[in-house]
Design a protein around this ligand. Structure first.
Ligand code: ATP
Ligand code: MG
Length: 428
Protein backbone atom coordinates (compact mmCIF):
# COMPACT_ATOMS: atom_id res chain seq x y z
CA UNK A 1 0.00 0.00 0.00
CA UNK A 2 1.16 3.51 -0.73
CA UNK A 3 1.96 5.86 2.15
CA UNK A 4 -1.21 7.52 3.38
CA UNK A 5 -1.19 11.31 3.60
CA UNK A 6 -1.67 12.64 7.11
CA UNK A 7 -3.70 15.67 8.19
CA UNK A 8 -1.91 18.84 9.23
CA UNK A 9 -0.92 18.89 12.90
CA UNK A 10 -3.48 20.75 14.97
CA UNK A 11 -6.17 20.38 12.30
CA UNK A 12 -8.51 17.67 13.50
CA UNK A 13 -10.98 15.35 11.91
CA UNK A 14 -14.18 15.35 13.90
CA UNK A 15 -15.38 11.79 13.54
CA UNK A 16 -18.96 10.47 13.47
CA UNK A 17 -18.67 9.23 17.05
CA UNK A 18 -17.96 12.80 18.15
CA UNK A 19 -20.33 14.77 15.94
CA UNK A 20 -23.49 14.27 18.05
CA UNK A 21 -21.97 16.47 20.77
CA UNK A 22 -20.99 19.06 18.18
CA UNK A 23 -24.49 19.04 16.73
CA UNK A 24 -25.96 19.32 20.19
CA UNK A 25 -23.96 22.49 20.88
CA UNK A 26 -24.64 23.96 17.44
CA UNK A 27 -28.35 23.32 17.65
CA UNK A 28 -28.63 24.71 21.17
CA UNK A 29 -26.78 27.82 20.01
CA UNK A 30 -28.93 28.22 16.91
CA UNK A 31 -32.11 27.96 18.99
CA UNK A 32 -30.73 30.34 21.57
CA UNK A 33 -29.95 32.92 18.90
CA UNK A 34 -33.43 32.65 17.44
CA UNK A 35 -34.83 32.96 20.95
CA UNK A 36 -33.03 36.28 21.49
CA UNK A 37 -33.62 37.72 18.02
CA UNK A 38 -30.11 37.40 16.58
CA UNK A 39 -29.59 36.72 12.89
CA UNK A 40 -26.89 34.64 11.26
CA UNK A 41 -24.18 36.11 9.06
CA UNK A 42 -21.90 33.87 6.95
CA UNK A 43 -18.46 35.20 6.21
CA UNK A 44 -15.48 34.19 4.07
CA UNK A 45 -12.71 32.12 5.67
CA UNK A 46 -10.10 34.20 3.88
CA UNK A 47 -9.64 37.97 4.06
CA UNK A 48 -6.96 40.47 3.13
CA UNK A 49 -4.12 40.29 5.65
CA UNK A 50 -4.39 44.04 6.12
CA UNK A 51 -7.85 43.62 7.68
CA UNK A 52 -6.45 41.59 10.56
CA UNK A 53 -3.43 43.82 11.01
CA UNK A 54 -5.64 46.88 11.26
CA UNK A 55 -8.20 45.34 13.58
CA UNK A 56 -6.43 42.88 15.85
CA UNK A 57 -3.32 45.05 16.07
CA UNK A 58 0.24 44.59 14.81
CA UNK A 59 1.66 43.79 18.22
CA UNK A 60 -0.50 40.86 19.23
CA UNK A 61 0.29 37.16 19.36
CA UNK A 62 -2.19 36.54 16.58
CA UNK A 63 -0.74 38.95 14.05
CA UNK A 64 2.89 38.54 15.07
CA UNK A 65 3.10 34.79 14.98
CA UNK A 66 -0.16 32.94 14.57
CA UNK A 67 -1.63 33.87 11.19
CA UNK A 68 -1.71 31.64 8.15
CA UNK A 69 -0.69 34.23 5.60
CA UNK A 70 0.01 33.56 1.94
CA UNK A 71 0.26 35.33 -1.36
CA UNK A 72 -2.64 35.00 -3.75
CA UNK A 73 -1.81 34.33 -7.41
CA UNK A 74 -2.12 38.04 -8.14
CA UNK A 75 0.28 38.99 -5.36
CA UNK A 76 -2.25 40.09 -2.71
CA UNK A 77 -1.43 39.10 0.83
CA UNK A 78 -4.30 37.01 2.21
CA UNK A 79 -4.81 35.28 5.55
CA UNK A 80 -7.01 32.52 6.87
CA UNK A 81 -9.19 34.19 9.46
CA UNK A 82 -7.81 33.81 13.00
CA UNK A 83 -11.07 35.10 14.49
CA UNK A 84 -14.47 36.30 13.34
CA UNK A 85 -14.83 39.88 14.52
CA UNK A 86 -12.67 41.57 11.88
CA UNK A 87 -14.50 39.95 8.97
CA UNK A 88 -17.86 40.67 10.55
CA UNK A 89 -17.04 44.37 10.95
CA UNK A 90 -15.72 44.49 7.39
CA UNK A 91 -18.91 42.91 6.09
CA UNK A 92 -21.13 45.22 8.13
CA UNK A 93 -19.35 48.30 6.76
CA UNK A 94 -19.13 47.05 3.18
CA UNK A 95 -22.81 46.05 3.02
CA UNK A 96 -24.10 49.17 4.80
CA UNK A 97 -25.64 47.13 7.61
CA UNK A 98 -24.67 49.87 10.01
CA UNK A 99 -27.13 52.29 8.37
CA UNK A 100 -29.97 49.88 8.98
CA UNK A 101 -30.35 50.25 12.72
CA UNK A 102 -28.87 48.10 15.45
CA UNK A 103 -27.56 44.75 14.24
CA UNK A 104 -27.57 41.60 16.33
CA UNK A 105 -25.55 39.01 14.43
CA UNK A 106 -24.11 35.55 14.99
CA UNK A 107 -21.70 33.37 13.08
CA UNK A 108 -20.21 29.90 13.29
CA UNK A 109 -17.22 28.27 11.69
CA UNK A 110 -13.54 27.43 11.71
CA UNK A 111 -10.74 29.81 12.68
CA UNK A 112 -7.03 29.28 12.01
CA UNK A 113 -4.07 30.09 14.22
CA UNK A 114 -0.57 28.72 13.98
CA UNK A 115 -0.23 27.94 17.68
CA UNK A 116 1.48 25.04 19.40
CA UNK A 117 -1.14 22.29 19.31
CA UNK A 118 -2.08 20.90 22.72
CA UNK A 119 -5.22 19.91 24.56
CA UNK A 120 -7.81 22.62 23.92
CA UNK A 121 -5.56 24.51 21.52
CA UNK A 122 -5.57 23.68 17.83
CA UNK A 123 -4.59 25.25 14.53
CA UNK A 124 -8.03 24.89 13.03
CA UNK A 125 -10.66 25.34 15.71
CA UNK A 126 -14.33 26.22 15.66
CA UNK A 127 -16.02 29.22 17.15
CA UNK A 128 -19.58 30.32 17.64
CA UNK A 129 -19.70 34.07 17.90
CA UNK A 130 -21.98 37.06 18.30
CA UNK A 131 -21.43 40.68 17.30
CA UNK A 132 -23.82 43.52 18.06
CA UNK A 133 -23.50 46.89 16.33
CA UNK A 134 -25.11 50.22 17.10
CA UNK A 135 -25.89 49.78 20.79
CA UNK A 136 -23.78 51.61 23.32
CA UNK A 137 -25.58 50.93 26.58
CA UNK A 138 -24.82 48.49 29.37
CA UNK A 139 -28.10 46.69 28.61
CA UNK A 140 -26.61 44.92 25.60
CA UNK A 141 -23.43 44.03 27.52
CA UNK A 142 -25.66 42.37 30.10
CA UNK A 143 -27.77 40.65 27.45
CA UNK A 144 -24.75 38.98 25.87
CA UNK A 145 -23.61 37.68 29.24
CA UNK A 146 -27.11 36.57 30.19
CA UNK A 147 -27.62 34.66 26.96
CA UNK A 148 -24.31 32.85 27.30
CA UNK A 149 -25.36 31.87 30.84
CA UNK A 150 -28.55 30.41 29.39
CA UNK A 151 -26.51 28.45 26.85
CA UNK A 152 -24.51 26.73 29.62
CA UNK A 153 -27.77 25.93 31.31
CA UNK A 154 -29.22 24.35 28.18
CA UNK A 155 -26.04 22.39 27.58
CA UNK A 156 -26.04 21.14 31.17
CA UNK A 157 -22.72 22.86 31.83
CA UNK A 158 -23.82 25.61 34.20
CA UNK A 159 -21.96 23.98 37.11
CA UNK A 160 -18.73 23.75 35.12
CA UNK A 161 -18.10 27.39 34.24
CA UNK A 162 -17.87 30.68 36.08
CA UNK A 163 -18.00 34.26 34.92
CA UNK A 164 -15.23 36.82 35.18
CA UNK A 165 -15.81 40.41 34.17
CA UNK A 166 -13.83 43.62 34.07
CA UNK A 167 -13.90 47.04 32.51
CA UNK A 168 -11.07 48.47 30.46
CA UNK A 169 -12.51 51.99 30.49
CA UNK A 170 -12.95 54.27 27.54
CA UNK A 171 -10.03 54.68 25.17
CA UNK A 172 -9.23 58.05 26.80
CA UNK A 173 -8.97 56.59 30.27
CA UNK A 174 -6.95 53.73 28.92
CA UNK A 175 -4.53 56.14 27.32
CA UNK A 176 -3.96 57.90 30.65
CA UNK A 177 -3.52 54.55 32.43
CA UNK A 178 -1.17 53.36 29.74
CA UNK A 179 1.24 56.20 30.48
CA UNK A 180 1.23 55.32 34.20
CA UNK A 181 1.82 51.67 33.38
CA UNK A 182 4.72 52.35 31.03
CA UNK A 183 6.33 54.46 33.74
CA UNK A 184 5.93 51.63 36.27
CA UNK A 185 7.35 48.90 34.05
CA UNK A 186 10.15 51.18 32.91
CA UNK A 187 11.19 51.48 36.51
CA UNK A 188 11.38 47.66 36.69
CA UNK A 189 12.88 46.92 33.28
CA UNK A 190 15.23 44.28 34.67
CA UNK A 191 12.25 42.15 35.73
CA UNK A 192 10.52 42.13 32.36
CA UNK A 193 10.86 39.14 30.05
CA UNK A 194 11.65 39.59 26.38
CA UNK A 195 8.03 39.56 25.18
CA UNK A 196 7.06 42.15 27.73
CA UNK A 197 9.94 44.46 26.89
CA UNK A 198 8.86 44.40 23.30
CA UNK A 199 5.31 45.21 24.32
CA UNK A 200 6.29 47.97 26.73
CA UNK A 201 5.79 50.71 24.19
CA UNK A 202 3.50 49.09 21.68
CA UNK A 203 0.95 47.32 23.88
CA UNK A 204 1.81 47.63 27.58
CA UNK A 205 -1.59 46.46 28.79
CA UNK A 206 -0.84 43.06 27.33
CA UNK A 207 2.01 42.69 29.82
CA UNK A 208 -0.68 42.31 32.50
CA UNK A 209 -1.95 39.31 30.56
CA UNK A 210 1.43 37.54 30.72
CA UNK A 211 1.37 33.96 31.95
CA UNK A 212 5.08 34.01 32.88
CA UNK A 213 5.18 32.93 36.56
CA UNK A 214 8.34 34.95 37.17
CA UNK A 215 6.52 38.15 36.37
CA UNK A 216 3.41 37.58 38.47
CA UNK A 217 4.64 39.50 41.52
CA UNK A 218 5.55 42.49 39.38
CA UNK A 219 2.16 42.36 37.68
CA UNK A 220 0.33 42.02 40.99
CA UNK A 221 1.97 45.19 42.26
CA UNK A 222 1.35 47.20 39.08
CA UNK A 223 -0.93 50.25 39.16
CA UNK A 224 -4.52 49.25 38.57
CA UNK A 225 -6.67 50.42 35.73
CA UNK A 226 -9.55 50.56 38.19
CA UNK A 227 -7.91 53.54 39.86
CA UNK A 228 -7.72 55.43 36.57
CA UNK A 229 -11.19 54.96 35.17
CA UNK A 230 -13.37 57.86 34.07
CA UNK A 231 -16.88 58.39 35.45
CA UNK A 232 -18.60 57.18 32.29
CA UNK A 233 -16.85 53.81 32.34
CA UNK A 234 -17.51 53.42 36.04
CA UNK A 235 -21.22 54.15 35.61
CA UNK A 236 -21.45 51.81 32.62
CA UNK A 237 -19.78 48.98 34.49
CA UNK A 238 -21.87 49.54 37.62
CA UNK A 239 -25.03 49.22 35.55
CA UNK A 240 -23.82 46.00 33.86
CA UNK A 241 -23.21 44.54 37.32
CA UNK A 242 -26.60 45.71 38.54
CA UNK A 243 -28.32 44.02 35.59
CA UNK A 244 -26.43 40.77 36.13
CA UNK A 245 -27.43 40.83 39.77
CA UNK A 246 -31.05 41.53 38.83
CA UNK A 247 -31.24 38.24 36.91
CA UNK A 248 -29.15 36.36 39.45
CA UNK A 249 -25.96 35.70 37.49
CA UNK A 250 -22.98 35.34 39.80
CA UNK A 251 -19.71 36.90 38.62
CA UNK A 252 -16.26 37.73 39.82
CA UNK A 253 -14.64 41.04 38.95
CA UNK A 254 -11.13 40.21 37.77
CA UNK A 255 -9.07 43.40 37.45
CA UNK A 256 -6.37 41.45 35.59
CA UNK A 257 -8.71 40.48 32.78
CA UNK A 258 -7.51 42.54 29.82
CA UNK A 259 -8.10 40.18 26.84
CA UNK A 260 -5.48 39.54 24.21
CA UNK A 261 -6.78 41.78 21.46
CA UNK A 262 -6.15 45.49 21.08
CA UNK A 263 -9.61 46.59 20.21
CA UNK A 264 -11.53 46.02 23.44
CA UNK A 265 -12.79 48.86 25.66
CA UNK A 266 -15.17 49.07 28.61
CA UNK A 267 -16.81 45.74 29.46
CA UNK A 268 -14.85 42.53 28.91
CA UNK A 269 -15.82 39.07 30.13
CA UNK A 270 -14.74 35.45 30.10
CA UNK A 271 -16.43 32.21 31.04
CA UNK A 272 -13.82 29.98 32.58
CA UNK A 273 -13.74 26.36 33.64
CA UNK A 274 -11.27 24.62 35.91
CA UNK A 275 -12.05 21.24 34.34
CA UNK A 276 -9.84 21.55 31.26
CA UNK A 277 -6.42 22.40 32.66
CA UNK A 278 -4.58 25.39 31.29
CA UNK A 279 -6.96 26.00 28.36
CA UNK A 280 -9.82 27.00 30.62
CA UNK A 281 -11.49 29.90 28.81
CA UNK A 282 -14.50 28.61 26.92
CA UNK A 283 -16.02 31.93 25.95
CA UNK A 284 -14.58 35.42 25.76
CA UNK A 285 -15.87 38.76 24.68
CA UNK A 286 -16.16 42.45 25.21
CA UNK A 287 -17.02 45.85 23.92
CA UNK A 288 -15.08 47.25 20.96
CA UNK A 289 -16.53 50.69 20.36
CA UNK A 290 -13.57 52.01 18.36
CA UNK A 291 -13.11 49.19 15.88
CA UNK A 292 -15.71 50.04 13.26
CA UNK A 293 -14.26 53.51 12.83
CA UNK A 294 -10.73 52.13 12.85
CA UNK A 295 -11.70 49.95 9.88
CA UNK A 296 -13.16 52.81 7.91
CA UNK A 297 -16.80 52.79 9.01
CA UNK A 298 -18.73 55.52 10.79
CA UNK A 299 -18.26 55.54 14.58
CA UNK A 300 -20.42 52.68 15.83
CA UNK A 301 -20.53 51.09 19.28
CA UNK A 302 -20.11 47.33 19.22
CA UNK A 303 -19.98 44.37 21.54
CA UNK A 304 -19.41 40.68 20.96
CA UNK A 305 -18.03 37.36 22.11
CA UNK A 306 -16.76 34.10 20.72
CA UNK A 307 -16.83 30.67 22.25
CA UNK A 308 -14.56 27.76 21.48
CA UNK A 309 -16.45 24.67 20.36
CA UNK A 310 -13.64 22.18 21.10
CA UNK A 311 -13.46 23.26 24.72
CA UNK A 312 -17.24 23.06 25.15
CA UNK A 313 -17.34 19.63 23.58
CA UNK A 314 -14.49 18.56 25.87
CA UNK A 315 -16.62 19.67 28.83
CA UNK A 316 -19.55 17.67 27.48
CA UNK A 317 -17.26 14.63 27.25
CA UNK A 318 -16.92 14.72 31.03
CA UNK A 319 -20.65 14.25 31.52
CA UNK A 320 -23.20 11.62 30.56
CA UNK A 321 -24.57 12.40 27.13
CA UNK A 322 -27.79 11.04 25.68
CA UNK A 323 -27.05 9.83 22.15
CA UNK A 324 -30.61 8.65 21.50
CA UNK A 325 -31.69 11.68 19.45
CA UNK A 326 -28.72 11.08 17.12
CA UNK A 327 -29.49 7.39 16.50
CA UNK A 328 -32.13 5.90 14.19
CA UNK A 329 -35.55 5.20 15.64
CA UNK A 330 -35.61 2.01 13.64
CA UNK A 331 -33.39 -0.18 11.47
CA UNK A 332 -35.04 -2.13 8.66
CA UNK A 333 -33.67 -5.63 7.99
CA UNK A 334 -34.32 -7.19 4.60
CA UNK A 335 -34.02 -10.89 3.74
CA UNK A 336 -33.58 -11.41 0.02
CA UNK A 337 -34.14 -9.48 -3.19
CA UNK A 338 -37.91 -9.39 -3.01
CA UNK A 339 -37.76 -8.00 0.50
CA UNK A 340 -35.29 -5.36 -0.69
CA UNK A 341 -37.80 -4.09 -3.26
CA UNK A 342 -40.74 -4.18 -0.86
CA UNK A 343 -38.56 -2.72 1.92
CA UNK A 344 -37.48 0.25 -0.18
CA UNK A 345 -41.15 0.96 -1.01
CA UNK A 346 -42.20 0.57 2.61
CA UNK A 347 -39.39 2.82 3.85
CA UNK A 348 -40.28 5.57 1.40
CA UNK A 349 -43.96 5.39 2.39
CA UNK A 350 -42.97 5.68 6.04
CA UNK A 351 -40.84 8.72 5.25
CA UNK A 352 -43.79 10.28 3.37
CA UNK A 353 -46.06 9.83 6.37
CA UNK A 354 -43.50 10.56 9.11
CA UNK A 355 -41.04 13.22 7.97
CA UNK A 356 -39.30 13.21 11.35
CA UNK A 357 -38.76 9.44 11.38
CA UNK A 358 -35.12 8.39 11.56
CA UNK A 359 -35.08 5.10 9.68
CA UNK A 360 -31.98 3.28 8.55
CA UNK A 361 -32.55 0.74 5.79
CA UNK A 362 -30.08 -2.11 5.65
CA UNK A 363 -28.03 -2.15 2.48
CA UNK A 364 -25.60 -4.77 1.29
CA UNK A 365 -27.51 -7.97 2.00
CA UNK A 366 -26.21 -10.67 4.32
CA UNK A 367 -27.83 -12.98 6.84
CA UNK A 368 -30.48 -11.74 9.24
CA UNK A 369 -28.06 -12.49 12.06
CA UNK A 370 -25.37 -10.20 10.64
CA UNK A 371 -27.97 -7.53 9.83
CA UNK A 372 -29.20 -7.71 13.42
CA UNK A 373 -25.67 -6.97 14.67
CA UNK A 374 -25.58 -3.86 12.50
CA UNK A 375 -29.03 -2.83 13.68
CA UNK A 376 -27.82 -3.08 17.24
CA UNK A 377 -24.64 -1.13 16.52
CA UNK A 378 -26.63 1.66 14.84
CA UNK A 379 -28.15 2.54 18.19
CA UNK A 380 -31.69 2.13 16.80
CA UNK A 381 -34.47 1.49 19.28
CA UNK A 382 -36.25 -1.07 17.08
CA UNK A 383 -35.32 -3.59 14.43
CA UNK A 384 -37.98 -4.00 11.74
CA UNK A 385 -37.61 -7.35 10.03
CA UNK A 386 -38.92 -8.03 6.56
CA UNK A 387 -38.39 -11.66 5.53
CA UNK A 388 -40.28 -14.11 3.28
CA UNK A 389 -42.98 -14.88 5.82
CA UNK A 390 -43.55 -11.20 6.62
CA UNK A 391 -43.71 -10.39 2.89
CA UNK A 392 -46.43 -12.92 2.24
CA UNK A 393 -48.42 -11.75 5.21
CA UNK A 394 -47.89 -8.00 4.62
CA UNK A 395 -46.46 -7.41 8.07
CA UNK A 396 -43.12 -6.76 9.74
CA UNK A 397 -41.58 -8.29 12.83
CA UNK A 398 -40.72 -5.58 15.34
CA UNK A 399 -37.95 -6.31 17.81
CA UNK A 400 -37.19 -4.06 20.76
CA UNK A 401 -33.41 -3.60 20.73
CA UNK A 402 -33.05 -1.60 23.93
CA UNK A 403 -35.72 -2.95 26.26
CA UNK A 404 -37.10 -6.40 26.93
CA UNK A 405 -40.51 -6.09 25.33
CA UNK A 406 -41.53 -9.25 23.47
CA UNK A 407 -41.28 -9.37 19.69
CA UNK A 408 -44.42 -8.09 17.94
CA UNK A 409 -46.03 -8.47 14.55
CA UNK A 410 -47.28 -5.22 13.00
CA UNK A 411 -49.23 -5.01 9.76
CA UNK A 412 -47.35 -2.95 7.14
CA UNK A 413 -50.24 -0.52 6.78
CA UNK A 414 -50.24 0.05 10.55
CA UNK A 415 -46.50 0.50 10.89
CA UNK A 416 -46.55 4.29 10.48
CA UNK A 417 -49.16 4.60 13.21
CA UNK A 418 -47.17 2.28 15.47
CA UNK A 419 -43.94 4.26 15.02
CA UNK A 420 -45.74 7.58 15.41
CA UNK A 421 -47.11 6.43 18.79
CA UNK A 422 -43.83 4.91 19.96
CA UNK A 423 -41.77 8.00 19.17
CA UNK A 424 -44.47 10.71 19.32
CA UNK A 425 -43.89 11.69 15.71
CA UNK A 426 -46.25 13.99 13.84
CA UNK A 427 -47.94 12.36 10.82
CA UNK A 428 -48.10 14.22 7.54
P1 ATP B 1 -6.55 31.86 24.90
O1 ATP B 1 -6.27 32.78 26.03
O2 ATP B 1 -7.09 30.54 25.35
O3 ATP B 1 -5.42 31.76 23.92
P2 ATP B 1 -7.74 33.81 23.17
O4 ATP B 1 -7.83 35.03 23.98
O5 ATP B 1 -6.66 33.68 22.18
O6 ATP B 1 -7.77 32.51 24.11
P3 ATP B 1 -10.13 34.43 21.70
O7 ATP B 1 -9.41 34.98 20.54
O8 ATP B 1 -10.83 35.34 22.60
O9 ATP B 1 -9.14 33.49 22.51
O10 ATP B 1 -11.13 33.28 21.22
C1 ATP B 1 -12.33 32.97 21.91
C2 ATP B 1 -12.38 31.52 22.31
O11 ATP B 1 -11.99 30.68 21.25
C3 ATP B 1 -11.42 31.14 23.43
O12 ATP B 1 -11.96 31.47 24.66
C4 ATP B 1 -11.28 29.67 23.23
O13 ATP B 1 -12.38 28.98 23.80
C5 ATP B 1 -11.33 29.52 21.75
N1 ATP B 1 -9.97 29.42 21.18
C6 ATP B 1 -9.09 30.41 20.93
N2 ATP B 1 -7.97 29.93 20.37
C7 ATP B 1 -8.14 28.58 20.25
C8 ATP B 1 -7.36 27.51 19.73
N3 ATP B 1 -6.16 27.72 19.20
N4 ATP B 1 -7.87 26.25 19.78
C9 ATP B 1 -9.10 26.02 20.30
N5 ATP B 1 -9.89 26.98 20.79
C10 ATP B 1 -9.43 28.26 20.78
MG1 MG C 1 -4.76 32.77 22.21
Amino acid sequence: MANAVQAIRGMNDILPAETPRWQFVEQAFRELMAGYGYRQIRLPLVEKTELFKRSIGEVTDIVEKEMYTFEDRNGDSLSLRPEGTAGCVRAAIQNSLLNQGAQKLWYAGPMFRHERPQKGRYRQFYQLGVEVFGLSGPDIDAELIVLTARLWQRLGLAQDVHLEINTLGTSESRRAYRAVLVEYFNAHLDQLDEDSRRRLHSNPLRILDSKNPEMQALIEAAPRLQDHLDDESNAHFARVRELLEAVGIPYRVNPRLVRGLDYYAKTVFEWVTDKLGAQGTVCAGGRFDGLVEQLGGKPTPAMGFALGMERLVALLDERPFDETPYCPHAYLLLAGEQAETAGLQLAEQLRDTLPALRLQVHCGGGSIKSQMKKADRSGAAYALILGDQELTEQRVTVKDLRGDRPQQQVAQNELAGFLAREFTLAQD
